[in-house]
Design a protein around this ligand. Structure first.
Ligand SMILES: Nc1ncnc2c1ncn2[C@@H]1O[C@H](COP(=O)(O)OP(=O)(O)OP(=O)(O)O)[C@@H](O)[C@H]1O
Length: 619
């Protein structure tokens, strides 16, 4: 297709800056607030590049996101709009999987000291692991004049901040000595190495930097690179991107919102947009529309942005709304937590009934510990016949690459909603096996006869459904689809027992849903969360949106780190409040746990007051 004839997909109308970004050929960065359509812009740009052959065949486009479900969502949008064939050239990965794929693929070129064993374990390294490290290593004698007291927290955050190789001759402090020990122990200390993702990123970066041939090959693969949620990129992640693409022919487009930088605690790089601008000679674009939130919410968000950042940003709601005052934002004050739970449950039920909301249209967010903050609410909702669940574990599991096969086979065997699942499944299997449409008859026959049999098994009443039985069914489904192919097509499954572990977890969760409903078609929906109000931490809500949002516990206790990191915590609050399309409720509960105040988070309340957000006292 000619560039001039291309128009955005699905009837989407892009604002002027977004249209320019789609067609801009150089590297660029796009700053835009919540709901501006940053992710949507990347999907549209991918369609444009592929359909107009601006990304010249057979080059690929690489998109890097933070979360697995975000990467999957982006890929699906491109696939839906441009078709599988084009979408095959759109590679959508997380930072972690990008680094891991490079390391796994070129493992043998890594210098011995840093080369992990073929099978390795992925681990985390926290502050609490530092004492173990100290115990395991034989500490050097104290004659060197070093200060033997060091900050474990800082160490755990920065152990991989330096580029490899570590210089033995530069070991001049207890921290640098332990950094070296950590790499040595984790890589070579046991038969199988243990690696954290920051270590994997560092190894991948080192590998590319020291192997120009491999670097050239990777650069030749990608014509364009997209970086989503760029504000949260860490020093280590950025270093990998820079080594891979700075000075290459790839145009790199980074999108993000500095006001949603919520990974500061995890090392998000300050000033990363400026650094990117210099390194990639990138042009700045700014988008000013908010396609998500109702006008009154956009007004409040804008007031808060201007309080947070200074200046006088203007953000415009989209023109789909009828009135300027559409959108509710309120603070609800409670004295005790059981009243809070009862009131919220009753109100949520009213929203669902009167506004015909689906369960998934309501999002309940907490700063942390959803289990502790929401147990009463979960019970009260359940008393009213509304199921809710803490999404964190499901979110990651449902984004697994093998899940689509399992869900479609299961749905086809247990429900009557056939045609969509059927054509999706066949098309996914054909593409996994590298077959073309002419071979579809054979594949359809094979899968159909499996499903006919599977239906009988599932319906067979005397079968006692247990976790083990479900696990066996899942194994059979994956064997039908092609277990080896699944392993070879998705790099995360190539090594170790990760796939087995995830299949086991799927069986466990499916079984749990089955136990609740005792009929499979309901169990599948339950597993997918169709019947549940999602509850999650603000961090997990990044990139998501809901018709109505409740942020439960805008209190000192929940935002306990506010004094130490006011900026991070304010941005976190801002992420929460910008998830709402039409209703945003904050709650404060005086007697939660051992009593709550709002003095530490007073700045947030002040900003809400400045924006004329009203408070209500319920009890
Ligand atoms: N040009 C557009 N026209 C109409 N709707 C749009 C457009 N762009 C995005 N949207 C819709 O607006 C919502 C927000 O889009 P998206 O998630 O891409 O925003 P974002 O900038 O990534 O948001 P955030 O940073 O808050 O996560 C989505 O429902 C999306 O479908």
């Amino acid at each position: 297709m000619k560039k001039e004839s291309w128009i955005p997909k699905d009837g989407v109308i892009l604002e002027k800056a977004a249209q320019e970004v789609v067609r801009y050929e150089g590297s660029a960065y796009v700053l835009a607030g919540p709901g501006a359509g940053k992710t949507e812009l990347l999907a549209q740009k991918a369609c444009y590049l592929l359909e107009t052959n601006t990304s010249v065949y057979p080059a690929r486009i690489l998109a890097i996101s933070f979360k697995r479900d975000a990467a999957k969502n982006l890929k699906e949008r491109v696939e839906k709009r441009s078709g599988k064939e084009f979408a095959n050239r759109f590679v959508s990965l997380t930072y972690d999987s990008f680094a891991k794929q490079i390391m796994d693929r070129f493992r043998l070129t890594i210098p011995e000291f840093y080369r992990p064993s073929l099978e390795y374990e992925i681990v985390n390294f926290y502050k609490r692991d530092v004492p173990n490290l100290r115990e395991e290593a034989e500490e050097p004698s104290e004659e060197n004049g070093w200060n033997y007291y060091f900050d474990y927290d800082l160490f755990a955050k920065t152990y991989a901040n330096e580029r490899l190789p570590l210089r033995v001759d530069k070991i001049n402090s207890i921290e640098s000595w332990y950094k070296y020990q950590l790499w040595k122990n984790y890589i070579n200390g046991k038969e199988n190495s243990s690696l954290t993702f920051p270590m994997i990123s560092r190894i991948a970066e080192y590998l590319l930097r020291s192997n120009p041939k491999i670097l050239r090959a990777i650069r030749a693969t990608y014509s364009h690179v997209f970086l989503d949620e760029f504000q949260d990129t860490t020093l280590i992640q950025y270093d990998l991107v820079r080594t891979t693409f700075m000075g290459s022919n790839a145009s790199v487009t980074a999108v993000g919102d500095v006001k949603q930088k919520i990974m500061g605690w995890a090392g998000a790089l300050d000033g990363v947009f400026n650094q990117f601008k210099l390194d990639f000679k990138a042009k700045e674009f700014e988008m000013v529309l908010n396609h998500r939130s109702a006008p009154n919410l956009v007004r409040i968000q804008t007031s808060i942005i201007n309080d947070m950042m200074g200046g006088s940003t203007v953000i415009t709601p989209s023109n789909k709304w009828k009135n300027e005052d559409e959108g509710i934002c309120e603070i609800w004050n409670f004295t005790n937590a059981s009243e809070e739970a009862k009131t919220l449950a009753t109100e949520i039920k009213t929203w669902i009934d009167q506004e015909k909301l689906e369960r998934r249209d309501v999002g309940i967010l907490v700063r942390q510990r959803a289990d502790m903050y929401c147990d009463m609410l979960i019970n009260e909702l359940s008393n009213l016949g509304i199921h809710s669940r803490i999404e964190d574990q499901w979110q990651d599991l449902l984004a697994e690459n093998f899940m689509k096969y399992i869900i479609d086979v299961f749905s086809l065997a247990t429900t009557d909603r056939g045609p969509k699942a059927w054509s999706r499944l066949i098309s996914n299997v054909l593409s996994l096996r590298g077959n073309d449409e002419t071979e579809s008859y054979q594949v359809e026959k094979e899968i159909n006869s499996f499903i006919v049999e599977f239906k009988k098994t599932i319906k067979y009443e005397s079968i006692k459904v247990t976790k083990k039985v479900v696990e066996q069914w899942l194994d059979k489904i994956l064997t039908l689809i092609g277990l080896d192919l699944i392993k070879s097509s998705y790099p995360e499954y190539r090594k170790g027992k990760y796939l087995e572990r995830k299949v086991k977890q799927t069986a466990e969760f499916l079984f749990y849903s089955y136990e609740k409903h005792k009929v499979w078609y309901k169990a599948i929906d339950d597993f997918l969360g169709t019947y549940s109000i999602p509850i999650m931490s603000i961090h997990k809500s990044k990139g998501l949106e809901f018709e109505s949002v409740v942020l439960l516990g805008l209190e000192d206790g929940a935002f306990w780190n506010f004094e130490k990191s006011p900026e991070d915590e304010t941005f976190t609050f801002f992420v929460a409040m910008s998830r709402a399309k039409t209703r945003m409720i904050f709650t404060f509960c005086k007697n939660r746990f051992n009593g709550q105040e709002r003095s530490k988070v007073n700045d947030i309340y002040q900003m809400l007051e400045n924006a004329d957000v009203k408070q209500f006292k319920w009890t």
